[in-house]
Design a protein around this ligand. Structure first.
Ligand SMILES: *[C@@H]1O[C@H](CO)[C@@H](O)[C@H](O)[C@H]1NC(C)=O
Ligand SMILES: *[C@@H]1O[C@H](CO)[C@@H](O)[C@H](O)[C@H]1NC(C)=O
Length: 506
């Protein structure tokens, strides 16, 4: 949207004439200036493809007259992007026909109240034929993609729509989506709204080709579509807080989050200094302050794989966890350990034991037959010592997509699947007792520094860095949907945002 006096446009006429062009007016790129304001409408839009036989149901039923969600199911669609590429839906991948995009926007009060303000809606590019309605009123139509078009909507937004501002003396508005749920932990269960919850999900990274660790709507929507495809109900923000837009989507889609601080690499004994601890306390304060209103967040993780067996770790984690609990008494607190159960000095203070282990990967290379015994022993030792619920917070194997070997060898797709299957056998026994979750390492391949263990990054993804599935993704998908079916309760509460043929319309 653009604000600017019409005079600016009029002045351009002679200028272009002088260039010898037989063209009056122009279409300036919307730039801000002391006389012009801009409101970006990029981001998440509501979306629906018209799958009806003649592709005209939207017109027949006048979908433009009411909010799109009222005329049927909608998807979230990032703008700008291509609807074909961000989803897991085959029908949409090659869809031809009308699609409907909708965005609700709140305009600054001055735009709607100052009648001298010119408000222009500009579409940078829409392929290939576009019809635009504002508040149900047809304002523009344009044929051809690639090039921008615009509509003066001043009259539309400056008439009648004063309901919101008629609230009297209120001078500040803020909307906050709200979700209400309880979280609790018993000796062997993780409870959400009083019902046992089993985490079946992933660890992620904010990472992708080219973008690196940068926020990107199409990437984010793609990832959430993949989580849905997978049947995942949870993830951990390994190993740092993620963008706030990520948390907002988790709230909306009912993805449960273990929210992790950037406390990774606490390894040297110096890392446990009181100066360092003080800073860590402050970081937890910042994190809790930012994310406390997200119902999706069910637990704080203060650190990942610290050397929690070192002597100063006891005081450090006792203080850190107590502080976090004081900041937010409503959520359990943990850190993710890979220390030995007997040596871990931080574990006494956590609510849930989160353990990482890489049997037959970082030890006993190639020996998948050791996994069942080692993993069962791991769980039994931890539970016997602490009587707290346990999450297998990481497990996995590096896998180069397209490498095949049978009998399986390390780095092949068969090895990744075989290793996962061995873990699952034990998880299926122990989840009947006190294991309350499993999070695969990792959702997708990601970049790392160089070392002999890294084949151009960490390749433990079940998806490649380009978000294409390895064989293990299908194995996990089968498992997660089975688990979702068995523990259906949390899903029924999730309001479906999806197409009818989506697996999420449970
Ligand atoms: C930090 O301060 C506490 C309380 O004064 C003390 O007991 C502890 O030893 C200190 N930790 C380190 C690593 O210096
Ligand atoms: C889950 O339940 C649905 C509906 O009952 C069924 O169609 C689907 O096959 C089940 N999925 C798995 C993996 O069990």
């Amino acid at each position: 949207m653009l604000r600017g006096p019409a005079a600016v446009w009029a002045a351009l006429g002679p200028l272009l004439w002088a260039c010898g062009l037989a063209l009056r007016g122009g279409m300036l790129y919307p730039r801000e200036s002391p006389s012009r304001e801009r409101k970006e409408l990029n981001g998440l839009w509501s979306f629906r493809a018209d799958f009806s036989e003649n592709r005209r149901q939207g017109f027949e039923q006048q979908w433009y007259r009411t909010p799109l969600r009222e005329s049927g199911p909608t998807l979230d669609m990032p703008v700008p992007s291509s609807f074909n590429d961000v989803g897991q839906d085959r029908q949409l991948r090659s869809f031809v026909g009308w699609v409907w995009y909708e965005r609700e926007a709140t305009l600054p009060q001055r735009w709607t109240q100052d009648l001298g303000t010119r408000v222009v809606l500009r579409i940078g590019s829409a392929h290939y034929y576009a019809i635009v309605w504002v508040n149900g009123v047809h304002v523009a139509e344009h044929e051809g993609g690639h090039l921008p078009f615009e509509a003066d909507i001043s009259k539309l937004v400056q008439s009648g729509l004063t309901a919101q501002t008629a609230a009297g003396s209120v001078s500040d508005f803020y909307t906050l989506p709200v979700g209400i749920r309880t979280v609790a932990v018993t000796e062997h269960q993780f409870l959400i709204n009083g019902k046992p919850f089993y985490f079946h999900g992933v660890n992620k990274h904010e990472d992708a080709d080219i973008r690196g660790k940068g926020f990107d709507w199409p990437l984010l929507v793609k990832d959430f579509n993949l989580l849905r495809w997978l049947g995942a109900n949870a993830f951990r923000t390994s190993h740092y807080p993620y963008a706030e837009e990520v948390m907002q989507l988790c709230d909306r889609y009912g993805i449960v989050v273990i929210d992790e601080s950037p406390g990774v690499g606490i390894v040297l004994v110096e890392s446990y200094s009181n100066v360092s601890l003080q800073h860590h306390l402050e970081v937890m304060e910042e994190l809790v302050r930012r994310d406390k209103n997200h119902p999706a967040v069910v637990m704080w993780s203060v650190a990942n794989e610290p050397t929690s067996f070192l002597k100063p770790a006891g005081y450090y984690f006792k203080t850190l966890i107590a502080h976090t609990k004081a900041l937010d008494p409503s959520r359990p607190v943990t850190f993710v350990t890979n220390s030995n159960y007997e040596a871990d000095l931080g574990a006494p203070y956590v609510d849930v034991i989160c353990v990482n282990s890489y049997y037959s990967w970082y030890h006993d290379y190639g020996h998948m037959e050791v996994i069942q015994l080692q993993l069962a022993t791991q769980f039994e030792n931890w539970y016997r010592t602490y009587q707290k619920p346990i999450i297998q917070s990481e497990y996995g194997a590096d896998t180069i997509a397209g490498f095949h070997q049978d009998p399986p060898l390390m780095f092949s797709e068969e090895y990744q699947k075989g290793l996962l299957e061995q873990y699952h056998l034990v998880l299926d026994q122990k989840r009947k007792e006190y294991v309350v979750g499993e999070l695969i390492w990792n959702f997708a391949d990601f970049m790392t520094n160089q070392s002999p263990q890294r084949v151009m990054g960490n390749k433990k993804g079940i998806f490649t860095r380009q978000r294409q599935p390895k064989g293990a993704a299908f194995l996990l998908r089968e498992r997660y949907w089975k688990l979702a079916n068995e523990t259906r309760y949390p899903w029924s509460a999730v309001k479906s945002q999806c197409l009818e043929n989506s697996p999420f319309t449970l």
